[in-house]
Every structure is written in C-alpha cells, then in structure tokens.
Design a protein around this ligand. Structure first.
Ligand SMILES: NC(=O)C1=CN([C@@H]2O[C@H](COP(=O)(O)OP(=O)(O)OC[C@H]3O[C@@H](n4cnc5c(N)ncnc54)[C@H](O)[C@@H]3O)[C@@H](O)[C@H]2O)C=CC1
Ligand SMILES: N[C@@H](CC=O)C(=O)O
Length: 810
C-alpha cells in the first residue's frame, strides 16, 4: 500500500486535478492507495486573508467568499458537468456564517480560524472525489477529522496518538482501492475542528503511512524534488536523487519550499521511504528521502538559502561570564514569538548575535530593549544593534564533518567575489555551515558557491568590455569563436554581458550573442563610464571581469574602485600601470586586499608572454639585473620598411592602418609608448621607478614633436623627410639596422634610436617584432629571450583573452 499526497498546485486547476486522478488511477492498478489532498493552490492564504478582514470589520471579506465560491464551482463544473452542488453550497454557507460572527465580535480566535481554514481541504477533497467517482475509480472519501485526533493547540495542533491509532486500526479492514483524505485538518477530542500547522497535509500523509504501515509515501508537487540550490537563482541547480532525512531537514529549513521535514517524521520513524515527485512530470526524475543515507562521495549535497533575514547583536563587557544572559535573551525573543534562525557567539562571550526574520525586527527589538533596559541604562551593555536586508546561505552535506577545508573554500570563494560575511554558524553536527551576507549578494554567492562545490558544472565568467575599436573588435571575435570549445573542453562559460563604446552601452545578463554585438550595441542606451559601472555593479554577477580596451585616461581611473569591489580588471591600456608609483602600488594593494586581479600582459608586447615571464622569475626567487629590448611594433615596422623610396609619413600611415600604432601614433613615434613599456617592466621586476627616471632621446625633429594634431604631425613629417632619409642613409652605410632600444641596467633606464650591427640579436627582427632580453641571476651569461610579433589587433586580443583565461582558471 502506498500513500500519495498532492499539494495545492497539484489540485490548483481542473487540468491539474485530472492529471492527479490519472496518476492515482494508474497507481491503484497495482496497489491500494491512500490519497491526501491539500486545498486548491492559494485558497488557504485567501481564507486567512478574508478571516482577518472580517476581524477588522472590512466588509470586502464577503466578496472574497463569493469569489472563492465561484472559483470552486467553476472547477467543479468542468470536472463533473454540474453547475451547482449542495455540499459546496453548505460549506460556503457555514463559512459565511462563521465569518459574520468574526465580523460582529471583531475577534478571530485560533479555533475559529482553524474552522475557516478547514474549508479549503474539505472542498478540494470533495471535488477530487466527485471526479474520481465520475471516472469510475473505486474510491471512498473520508473526513480526516473523524480519524486524526489532536490536542487543542489550534493553528498547529499535536496529534494524540492513542485515539488516532485506534481510529486507523478500523481502516485496516478497508478494501477500497482508493481512499481519499483531506490533508491538514483534524479534530480535538471534543470534536472541534483543528489544523496541523505548517506542512499539515504532508503530516496527514506521513501519519497515515505510519499508522497503516505503507510501503512508500509519495509527496506530489510541482517540481521534481529537492535541488542542489534554489533553481530560480541558480540555473545550474541539479536535482538530488537521494538525500538523508537530516540533509532534507537542513536543505528545507533554509528556504526549500518543497518539503517541510518535520511533517514527514512519522513516516521516517518507521523507515518508510519518501519520494518527492512532480505531478506535471510523473515519469520524470524524483528525490528519495530516507532516514539514513550516504553516497559516501559527495561532500556538499546542496546550498540552501533564506531571504529577508535580520541580525540582532548584543554587545558589552558585562556579558562575559554571566550565565543567564543568553537565557534571558532567548526567553525575551521566545515570549515575543520571534523565531531564532541562527545563533553565533564568540568564545570571548563579549557579544551574541542571532539571525531572525526581518518581519520580526520590531517585535524583537522591543522585547530585547525591555529585557535589558537596566543594563543598557547602566552602560553595562550596548543598545541592541539590528542589521537588516541580509540573507543566509548554507552549505549542506552529511559528509562534511569528515573533510577539512570546506569552510575555508567557502569563505575564499565568497571573498574573491567581494561578498563579505557578517556572521558564521556551524552546528556541532557539521552538516551545515551557514553564513549571513547582504541580500543583494545572494544570487552571486549561491552561483559562485555552486560552481565551486559542484565541480562538474561550468564556471561562468562575466565580461564587461569597454572599447570596441581595433583590438576590441578582434577580442570579441576571438571570444565568439572559442566560447563553445571552452565550455565543452574546459568547463568555462565565457559570456560578454556588457559592451560600450564612447557613446552607448548594451547589457544582457545571460550574455549576448556575439555574432550580433554591433547591432545590439546600436540598440543600447546612451551611457558614459559611470553609467556603465553603475549597471555592471547593479547586476552584481559572480566572476565579473572589466576589460578596458581603450586608450582613455578616464576609463583607467575606474580600476581602483573596481578592484576594491572585488571585480578583476584586464587591459591593454597602459595608463594605469604607468602613473605615479604610489598609484600603481595602490592598484596592486587592492588586488591583494579584495581578492581581485589586475592583469595587463598586453601592456608591454601585445600577446607575448613578457610580464608573466617576469612575474614567474620574480616569484621563483630570480632577480632581473638588466633588460634590453625592442618594444615597439610600430617603430620596428617603420624602420624595417623605410628605405627612402616612399615618404616616412606614408609608412606611419600604413602602420596605423595595420592596427599597430597607438590610437594616436605620435605616442609611438615620440618614444613615449616604449618608455611606458620599459617602466612597466622595471616595476614588474620588483623595483620602484617613475617615468621621469627614464632617459630618452627622440629621433624626431623638434618641430614634429610640437605638432598640434595628427594632420599637422603628418605634414611636419613630410616637411622633414630629409631628416629620415639621412637616418636611413647613415645606418645603411654601416650595414646596420635602426632600432629604438629600451634598456635598464644598474638602476638606469634609457630609450633611444640605435644603429644595430648584424652581430646583435636585435638586427634580425621581422616586421612588427618585439624582443626582450632578460639578464638575471640565473640567466647571467645567456639572457632569457622573448621574441615575436609585438603589435596588432589579433595578437593583442589574444593576450587579453589569455589574461581572461588566467582569471577563469584561478
Ligand atoms: N594595437 C595594438 O597593437 C596594441 C594596442 N594596445 C592598446 O589597446 C588599446 C586599444 O587600442 P586600439 O583598439 O588599437 O585603439 P582604437 O582607437 O582602435 O580603439 C579604442 C576604442 O576605444 C573607444 N573609446 C575611447 N574612449 C572611450 C570611452 N570613454 N568609453 C568607451 N569607449 C571609448 C574608442 O572610440 C575606440 O573605438 C590602447 O590602449 C592601446 O594602447 C596594447 C597593445 C597592442
Ligand atoms: N603601438 C604599440 C602597440 C601597443 O602596445 C606598438 O607599436 O608596439
């Protein structure tokens, strides 16, 4: 025999009721079944509301009753074809009379309320029975009030087992194939209607399963079972196929509305397995709950959450060592009917902190203020402190207690996403580690923890890209091409959530279709960098990475704030890393303090691994003694291609068209871009250095350096063509190549044009090549050499991409 309980959504419409009946019919073919139904979805809440209205003499309760009656008659008509029904009329007449009494007396007792609420289950079970009869099922409807006997704790009455057991004994002889009970309702010894409180229908079903020794209890609802996290907040949440009762208890306590575990205790007491099943997907997967169960492998079974929490903290030196202090606090809260969800107290006993529902804040504050009024007056303790807009997130799993490092992983996962923890609690059972955090971080926290603890899932990286010019376009194209492969092979889901040019921005929380980003951006909103950051922060997505692919100073100014908000920054823009040393250090400090990353590999030689190589040398204990490098793709291209046959200016224009130059090529030609790169290398080698410590001799005629704009600059290059021809001729005469060389040795840095002979490694540099020679303590005779294309959209974009993947893999 099995017991099947159908919740409010399962009987919430005629289609749903038909589905229920077909499920029951099928089950009844192979075994006798006991069916328990809740009230039609939403009806219990409506009954609560209309009874409260009656109690405050709000006459609109009458309309609510009329509307409820219409709702039930409409369902009944579709199920049976009949537009009227005596029993339904009778229930609504009783309901109207009782509510009228409440209205007149302006009083709603728990007892009366229970009677009013019982209408919901009485109506639903009656209608389901009528339809079952019409379908020809061998069914009998029972009034649960004649079988389940309780004490007089109306609103949440306790079953009195002896008479209840006796009543059910008689049912053991019952041979009907389908036996239907309204859930939730019972009666007292003197036949007053009572209800079983929260999870009441589950309790009815569980009780029947216990008393009639059922083989199985099925709880039918509108989802397939318990999930690893709230699926409304975590898209990757998975169904849990089997959980222990303890785990179900922990998971359900924190927000999962699928099951109220105390209500299934009677079935578990006699080891009856419980299946949570979906009425609308009867053949689909389900969750089994059994008393003792462990898969022996999974450490974390689920991540549960509870919203709208407040923290109440009492602090004061006088609390130390006073034994009855906590007792008084909890008694005051209990007397005020405030439920305590979480408790933490440090061993110093200097403060105690409890989590309560935000709805109880006023009551709680009043109760605690009253209780500790004298101590606060005498300044023995501080006035109670209340923090609101919080939530609780808890890792749940029976195997946790045998594993070290779970809480460490939890805290660091949250920390690197900028989620600060306000309170922590872990029970001695170690089945649950709970943290209290700000509610606006809930979604991010759940998702990032889910990714971290359910390793087979994808890790999502959310990109926010500002600057979609030459390099930006190439970057978006590379991401688009690699997205599917990275997800499949490396379990990294890279999504571009926001993009901006200097006028507009476009956002899509789940990530945009990168085949259409240009059109999408055109449909975006007008926004500046502040607007972009505001929207990015409001989304508050986990693993957010800000990517600056502009050359803008104002964009680089936002990095500090982002890093301090635990948002990582990736950029080819060199401005931030070359500002005053103090500012550069401040960015580095922010990454350490807030767990973010600031990656700018492309600052020095586009996609070449120059900075990462330096970092590896530095971290592994090597010391860079000197650097010699050719660091400008543009200048290399110019001197590789200029032979006096075409004007120098036209080669500069070619370099710009090829995407090698800075947005303003004067930065390349003046040597400033190379100085910036050398400065970054020196700083990354662990030294404090400023731009003005680099000696630089420009190869440009002075007039060109003074050009007001780019057009004038090109004109001046043409006017000084003879100068460039002379430079070329001098080098050619010596069979040498012209290179702008950056060097650092003995604490001195310089940048300047040199004639490089064939014997030098800088002579044979093709096209836009860069080369860097590191002389270190370990590479003292032969330098460590990094060489290759050092400019261009594709290679720069791939360097940015590599930085993003470094973050994804960290
Ligand atoms: N081209 C190359 O080989 C390399 C370039 N870089 C760096 O990459 C960055 C981008 O270079 P390119 O793409 O070549 O330049 P670009 O001029 O083609 O693109 C920059 C884009 O940023 C946009 N922009 C400027 N201010 C903005 C703002 N406030 N908000 C939004 N967008 C803004 C511009 O409208 C432009 O579309 C520069 O910092 C450059 O130094 C670094 C290494 C190599
Ligand atoms: N303009 C630079 C490329 C970016 O750093 C160069 O030519 O090397």
């Amino acid at each position: 025999m099995k017991v099947m309980k159908f919740g409010g959504t399962s009987v919430g419409s005629t289609d749903a009721i038909k589905q229920v009946v077909s499920i029951v019919e099928k089950a009844a073919q192979t075994s006798q079944v006991y069916v328990v139904v809740s009230a039609v979805g939403g009806v219990t809440n409506q009954l609560v509301s209309l009874s409260q209205k009656a109690a405050i003499r709000d006459k609109s309760y009458e309309e609510d009753i009329a509307q409820l009656k219409t709702q039930h008659l409409e369902i009944f008509e579709v199920l049976t074809g009949s537009t009227t029904d005596e029993f339904i009329d009778h229930i609504f007449t009783q309901l109207t009379e009782v509510c009228k009494g409440v209205f007149l007396l302006k009083e709603l007792t728990e007892r009366t309320k229970d009677y009013i609420l019982s209408s919901g289950e009485r109506l639903s079970s009656y209608m389901v029975n009528a339809y079952m009869e019409k379908q020809g099922l061998d069914v009998q409807l029972f009034d649960a009030r004649e079988y389940i006997i309780t004490d007089k704790k109306f609103g949440g009455a306790n079953v009195i087992w002896q008479p209840t057991t006796q009543n059910f004994e008689a049912l053991k002889e019952n041979k009907k194939q389908v036996n239907l009970f309204p859930g939730f309702i019972a009666s007292t010894l003197d036949k007053e209607t009572a209800t079983l409180g929260r999870g009441g229908s589950d309790y009815t079903a569980s009780l029947i399963a216990n008393l009639l020794k059922a083989d199985e209890l099925e709880i039918w609802t509108d989802v397939n079972g318990l999930m690893t996290a709230d699926p409304r907040l975590v898209r990757q949440a998975k169904l849990l196929e089997h959980v222990s009762y303890e785990e179900a208890l922990e998971l359900s306590h924190f927000g999962a509305k699928v099951l109220y575990p105390p209500s299934i205790q009677p079935a578990l007491d006699v080891n009856i397995p419980i299946a949570i099943r979906n009425t609308f997907d009867p053949g689909g997967p389900q969750t089994y709950v059994t008393k003792e169960w462990q898969d022996g492998q999974t450490i974390i079974r689920g991540i549960s959450s509870i919203k709208d929490v407040a923290l109440l903290t009492l602090t004061g030196p006088s609390m130390v060592g006073i034994p009855n202090f906590s007792a008084r606090l909890f008694k005051a809260l209990s007397d005020a009917k405030v439920n305590v969800i979480l408790i933490t107290q440090a061993s110093s006993e200097h403060s105690i902190c409890v989590g309560i529902s935000q709805a109880d804040v006023v009551l709680a504050q009043q109760a605690v203020d009253e209780e500790f009024h004298t101590e606060v007056m005498l300044r023995k303790i501080d006035p109670v402190k209340i923090e609101t807009d919080l939530c609780i997130v808890a890792l749940v799993g029976s195997n946790m207690r045998d594993h070290v490092g779970i809480s460490g992983k939890m805290f660091s996962t949250l920390g690197t996403n900028g989620v600060s923890i306000k309170a922590i609690a872990q029970g001695s059972s170690e089945r649950n580690i709970s943290v209290v955090i700000a509610q606006n971080h809930l979604k991010k926290a759940l998702n990032t923890l889910h990714e971290s603890f359910f390793l087979s899932e994808l890790k999502k990286i959310n990109l926010f890209v500002v600057g979609v010019g030459n390099v930006g376009k190439a970057f978006l194209s590379q991401v688009r091409k690699q997205q599917a492969m990275l997800a499949k092979e490396f379990r990294v889901d890279i999504q571009v959530v926001g993009i901006a040019n200097s006028k507009q921005c476009y956002f899509e929380e789940q990530g945009m279709d990168l085949t259409k980003w240009t059109e999408l951006l055109k449909t975006g909103d007008a926004c500046d960098i502040d607007g972009f950051i505001e929207r990015m922060k409001a989304l508050n997505l986990r693993n957010s990475v800000f990517i600056d692919i502009t050359a803008s100073k104002s964009i680089s100014a936002v990095y500090q704030g982002l890093l301090e908000s635990s948002i990582s920054v990736v950029t080819p823009n060199k401005i931030a890393a070359t500002r005053e040393m103090e500012k550069y250090l401040s960015l580095k400090w922010a990454t350490k303090k807030y767990g973010s990353q600031f990656l700018f590999e492309t600052n020095v030689a586009a996609g070449l691994p120059v900075i990462s190589t330096m970092n590896d040398l530095f971290k592994s204990g090597d010391k860079v003694n000197s650097i010699q490098a050719v660091l400008s793709g543009t200048l290399n291209y110019l001197f590789n291609n200029y032979d006096g046959t075409k004007p120098f200016s036209s080669i500069v224009k070619d370099a710009k068209a090829l995407g090698l130059t800075e947005p303003d090529p004067r930065l390349d030609l003046s040597g400033e871009d190379v100085m910036r790169k050398l400065l970054i290398l020196i700083r990354e080698s662990g030294r404090k250095f400023e731009m003005d410590q680099i000696a630089q001799v420009s190869f440009l005629p002075e007039a060109c350096e003074k050009a007001k704009d780019l057009d004038e600059f090109y004109d001046l290059l043409d006017a000084n063509e003879a100068h460039f021809q002379q430079l070329y001729a001098d080098a050619n005469a010596e069979d040498a190549q012209l290179r702008v060389v950056a060097s650092f040795k003995n604490g001195e840095a310089k940048v300047g044009l040199e004639k490089v002979q064939k014997s030098h490694p800088f002579y044979f540099l093709e096209g836009k090549d860069n080369i860097v020679l590191f002389y270190t303590e370990r590479y003292d005779e032969q330098p460590l050499v990094v060489k290759g294309a050092g400019a261009g959209a594709a290679v720069t974009a791939s360097g940015i991409f590599a930085d993003v993947l470094r973050i994804a893999n960290s």
